[in-house]
Design a protein around this ligand. Structure first.
Ligand code: UDX
Ligand code: UDX
Length: 464
């Protein structure tokens, strides 16, 4: 029986391993993490990651061929294949701060594997990593204290949050980079339990590592491109949704990822582009670095433009005004808020002294305040007294859209949760201050209907 271990029970490691266990009943899957609370949650009825369909899959295999624990060394020793799926945040200190990936957790994992392993192991990089990280991993593993031997493969994960289960069940492709054909085949045969072999691509290690960064950079670039055009649409009375539909019918462009928004978020896009920028600079490719950096700058512009537009529209002041914030997650169907545009928009509004009634169906009060604290402390860990007061006193996290809107001057839609489309806007209008504004940062509402009710409506990239 093949045994797999995965270090890192996060958004990527957890769902991916659950799917392998589900599709390969003949493979034992052991997911380990240094965080006991996270492991406890994986073993409970409330998983630490919210993904539609995930719970059913975990529940069906847990206690059979799927196990979650903190016994890292034991899991390493037993496994034939070891996935590394720990987080690789942007460095906040030292050389490359703000751009380079912090590889400290990856290195720590590699050292731990080198110490604990015996015999031969296949080590798989699941985390997104800068190109040539495998070289460092190989060096560290080669110093193994027990004389263990290793093959290193790169197998980046392309799942998107909110659709993780669908993406894992039916991936566009699985990418495996490596050197030793036997090791590559061992991993291919795991995925081949449910993915057609024609969709399992094999490349050299470096192509695989770079493909992941490139895929995310291209996707983010499409969002920044349509968002750039949204600003021009607002100035010219063109309608960005019409423009997107018109260009999306060109089969060379395609219709996906052309939805103008308040800005992209998520743990990957910004981090991976900054990482790409850093790599280019490292290799002296400054023009290439600048080209990609612009994608992140455009996203920052889109987020701050949205907050500024709210202030300007509401007679140049939101001080002391109650504003309803609908949605805090970086997209619908996830509880993940990493790099969510909502954090930036809320910060800007708070610093205009607005009072925010925030509602998100999956994000907790604690998470919202933590995200704002972290952003407003700007990496230093130190919050100014004023910012602390704003976060403590000007934020009310509430239990429904209705409660958020009641008594507010405006509703701002920052995440495209489906329930927002079906809100009882007539009742909401009757409970709001007048004039009542709606700022639809996702272009999901029926703007004509809202206008008929009496709202003043502002959307992204179109005049309503
Ligand atoms: C993933 C990928 O791994 C990352 O490269 C990609 O860029 C973003 O998505 P993700 O699963 O989202 O990361 O990260 P996270 O949810 O933070 O999970 C990582 C887990 O690794 C955490 O539970 C953390 O406790 C664990 N960890 C971290 C370890 O077990 N050991 C460590 O040394 C460090
Ligand atoms: C992304 C990649 O899609 C995935 O392949 C990779 O493995 C991890 O990074 P994820 O961050 O989970 O996945 O979500 P994604 O659906 O790509 O959305 C990212 C952000 O872009 C979200 O904030 C989303 O709202 C925004 N977006 C996306 C738009 O604003 N417009 C679009 O048309 C598409």
């Amino acid at each position: 029986m093949t045994k797999i271990c995965c270090i890192g029970a996060g958004y990527v490691g957890g769902p991916t391993m659950a799917m392998i266990a589900y599709k390969c009943p003949n493979i034992d899957v052991h997911v380990v993490d240094i965080n006991q609370a996270r492991i406890d949650a994986w073993n409970s009825d409330v998983l630490p990651v919210y993904e539609p369909g995930l719970f059913e899959i975990v529940a069906s295999r847990r206690g059979k061929n799927l196990k979650f624990s903190t016994c890292i060394d034991h899991a390493i020793r037993e496994a034939d294949i070891i996935f590394i799926s720990v987080n690789t945040p942007t460095k906040t200190f030292g050389a490359g701060a703000g751009r380079a990936a912090n590889l400290e957790f990856i290195e720590r994992c590699a050292r731990r594997i080198a110490e604990a392993a015996e015999g031969h192991k296949i080590v798989v990089e699941k985390s997104t990593l800068p190109v040539r990280t495998a070289e460092a991993v190989k060096r560290i593993l080669s110093e193994s204290s027990n004389g263990a031997t290793f093959d290193v493969l790169s197998n980046p994960e392309f799942l998107a949050e909110g659709t993780a289960i669908e993406d894992l069940l039916d991936p566009d492709r699985v990418l495996i980079g490596g050197e030793n054909p036997e090791a590559i085949e061992a991993l291919v045969s795991v995925y081949a339990h449910w993915v057609d072999r024609s969709r399992i691509l094999t490349t050299n290690l470096w192509s695989s590592e770079l493909s992941k960064l490139t895929a995310n950079a291209f996707l983010a670039q499409r969002v920044s491109s349509i968002n750039a055009i949204s600003a021009l649409c607002e100035a010219t009375e063109a309608n960005v949704d019409e423009v997107a539909a018109a260009i999306g019918t060109d089969s060379r462009i395609g219709p996906k990822f052309l939805k103008a928004s308040v800005g992209f978020g998520g743990s990957c896009f910004q981090k991976d582009i900054l990482n790409l920028v850093y790599l280019c600079q490292h290799y002296g490719l400054h023009e290439v670095a600048e080209y990609w950096e612009q994608v992140v700058k455009m996203n920052d512009y889109q987020k701050s433009r949205f907050a500024q537009k709210m202030v300007k529209t509401m007679f140049n002041t939101v001080s002391g005004k109650r504003l309803a914030i609908w949605g805090f997650a970086f997209k619908k169907d996830t509880n993940d808020t990493r790099e969510s545009a909502a954090i930036y928009v809320c910060r800007d509004l708070l610093r205009e002294n607005a009072i925010l009634n925030i509602y998100d169906p999956k994000v907790s009060d604690e998470q919202i305040r933590n995200d704002l604290r972290e952003l407003m402390a700007n990496g230093s860990g130190e919050l100014s007294q004023l910012d602390r007061r704003l976060i403590d006193e000007n934020i009310h996290v509430v239990e429904s859209m209705q409660a958020a809107a009641s008594g507010s001057h405006a509703v701002a839609v920052l995440t495209e949760w489906d329930e927002f489309k079906n809100a009882d806007f007539e009742r909401i209008y009757s409970q709001m201050q007048k004039p009542a504004f709606v700022f639809d940062g996702r272009n999901i509402l029926d703007h004509k209907k809202l206008q008929q009710i009496g709202f003043e409506v502002h959307a992204i990239g179109k005049r309503v």
